[in-house]
Design a protein around this ligand. Structure first.
Ligand SMILES: NC(=O)c1ccc[n+]([C@@H]2O[C@H](COP(=O)([O-])OP(=O)(O)OC[C@H]3O[C@@H](n4cnc5c(N)ncnc54)[C@H](OP(=O)(O)O)[C@@H]3O)[C@@H](O)[C@H]2O)c1
Length: 259
């Protein structure tokens, strides 16, 4: 028997865009894709943060480039996909991962500005990234994989996280809608559904002893997830290992939804 690296997970020659790729879950996903041969495009609001992520990937022997893009701004999304089309002429993998969660509190006190910020980034940003991503994938004709990073809150709303939870439920619905309509172009669309994960995004909970005290008993594994623990499912969804997986939501939550 000869042992060879698993070709099912090989991303050599693939162009992958990860928005929100400069830190946390997005950076872990970008590193995993690069380690498996993809050229990764790291996007987030801050160019410098993207540059740093790219430098770390390149120093480790990977191939990467940075592109600042605020996904709450549709003109910036259009410009990003136009630049990728011009430079690479293709896109094989899109990870929609950047998100906003500006408000923790009673849902009935949600302000219009909080509502708009959350929906502009988490719903409109993902939606039009899917639109432009599928167009670019279809143009090249080689199919592709879109991974929308949702949240367990999209399945079971988090207390005091009403509008964020609503936006993540929309991400799950959007995943099904694009999966249904894009499969004719060979594009698969799936969702990755993380549970509580130790990143800057979770800081309002991590830094609040009362919130942590309430959360810990609800974690069946007795701990939060780590960003690197999200990368395996993303790699599966990006690669040909998942060639028959479409419209699926893969929960990576240590059993959180069971508790
Ligand atoms: N951490 C958790 O407990 C948890 C649980 C369930 C689901 N999730 C989901 O996992 C995803 C990643 O979260 P994370 O925990 O890894 O967060 P994180 O560590 O805070 O990273 C967020 C990333 O998104 C970028 N970003 C934020 N707003 C953006 C915008 N408007 N446009 C473009 N980029 C933006 C940030 O960079 P810049 O600041 O440079 O823009 C950063 O690269 C999110 O979709 C989140 O909803 C997280």
């Amino acid at each position: 028997m000869t042992i060879t690296p698993n070709p099912l997970l090989d991303l050599t020659g693939k162009i992958a865009l990860i928005n929100g790729g400069s830190r946390g879950i997005g950076l872990s996903i970008a590193k995993a894709f690069a380690a498996n041969g993809a050229h990764v495009i790291i996007a987030s609001r801050k160019q410098e943060a993207c540059n740093q992520a790219v430098a770390a990937i390149v120093a480790a022997g990977g191939s990467a480039q940075a592109h600042a893009c605020h996904i709450g701004d549709t003109a910036q999304i259009e410009a990003l996909f136009a630049a990728i089309g011009e430079q690479h002429g293709r896109l094989d993998i899109l990870v929609n991962n950047a998100a906003a969660n500006p408000y923790q509190g009673p849902i009935v006190e949600t302000s219009l500005s909080v509502y708009e910020k959350t929906m502009d980034v988490n719903v409109r940003g993902y939606f039009f990234s899917c639109v432009h991503g599928t167009r670019l994938m279809a143009l090249h004709g080689a199919g592709g994989s879109i991974i929308n990073v949702a949240s367990v809150n999209g399945i079971m709303p988090g207390m005091g996280q009403g509008i964020y939870s609503v936006s993540k439920a929309a991400v799950l619905s959007m995943t099904l809608a694009f999966a249904q309509e894009c499969i004719g172009s060979g594009i698969r669309v799936n969702a990755l559904v993380p549970g509580p994960t130790e990143t800057r995004f979770a800081a309002p909970v991590l830094q609040d002893p009362e919130a942590m005290q309430a959360l810990l008993p609800r974690l069946p594994m007795g701990r939060l997830g780590q960003p690197d623990e999200m990368a395996g499912a993303a790699l599966y969804l990006a690669s040909s290992a998942s060639s028959y997986t479409n419209g699926a939501s893969i929960t990576v939550d240590g059993g959180f939804l069971l508790a």
